[in-house]
Design a protein around this ligand. Sequence first.
Ligand code: RIB
Ligand code: CA
Length: 310
Amino acid sequence: MATSIIIDTDPGQDDAVALLLALGSPLDVVAITVVAGNVPLNLTVRNALVVCDVARRPEVPVYAGAGGPLEGALVTAEYVHGPTGLDGYELPDPTRQASVGFAPDRIVELVMSHPPGEITLCTLGPLTNVALALRQDPAIAGRLGGIVMMGGGFFEGGNTTPAAEFNIFVDPVAAAEVFRSGIDIVMMPLDVTHKVLSNSARVDAFKQLGNHAGEVVAGWIGFFDRFDREKYGTEGAPLHDPCVIAYLLEPDLFSGRYCNVEIETVSPLTKGMTVVDWWRVTDRPPNAHVMRDVDADGFFALLTRTVGLL
Ligand code: RIB
Ligand code: CA
């Protein structure tokens, strides 16, 4: 995968940690594109700008995108992320406005103006912006280096319905179009993200960094993990979205299988389900590298080390 990336995101504390991991790493963050998801678009845009201020990266463009799914009404997750979407650490308002341009348009322009294969798209939220970009210019499918996405679940089931994970549930039609696009996809489903759980020692490690970003991350995780601790009875919360960036930095932390993934877009019972043919019981062609295992200690070591550089 190339080291120039566009991050499409719906911050959300775990998105915010993923953004800090990317901004503190050697990755070239060409742009951040924002979508409605965890909270409405006005807040996800604000939160993305706030994270850039925490990282002291005012030069990274932030483009606002879709305010809701391709079809149906927006579903948000304030019950997990709090009313602002970035609860857990009090931060000042952003020092700048969003950059001019509609995110799907900017995705097309940036991908088509860079050499083939150079840009990798990292998606941390619903796939609406990506589907709109593909509808605008299908040629981006052949020009992207690939997509690394957080979303879906199979053995782990769903976290929003018994069958559906949030990012896919919010916009299953967009997800279906992206998974049928032919783009090389690396998928980080709940099956792997539920194996990178925060805990008190891991949160303390951020506090012990002694820098502002470490304090902020500890605050975000400390807020974010209350919901999953209560729901799953675990000591901490899964850091879903940072898995996407960690994969680009240290792919050997993860392991999985290349298999077919289809998205249920119709059934009221299973809408948003990612149907993963892990055991290859159909003749449907593989279209995604589905990750299932991760070195959690190695993941948190990478994350803590990088946040310490901000
Ligand atoms: O289901 C987890 C995903 O939904 C994460 O990306 C989280 O930020 C929310 O967007
Ligand atoms: Ca997200």
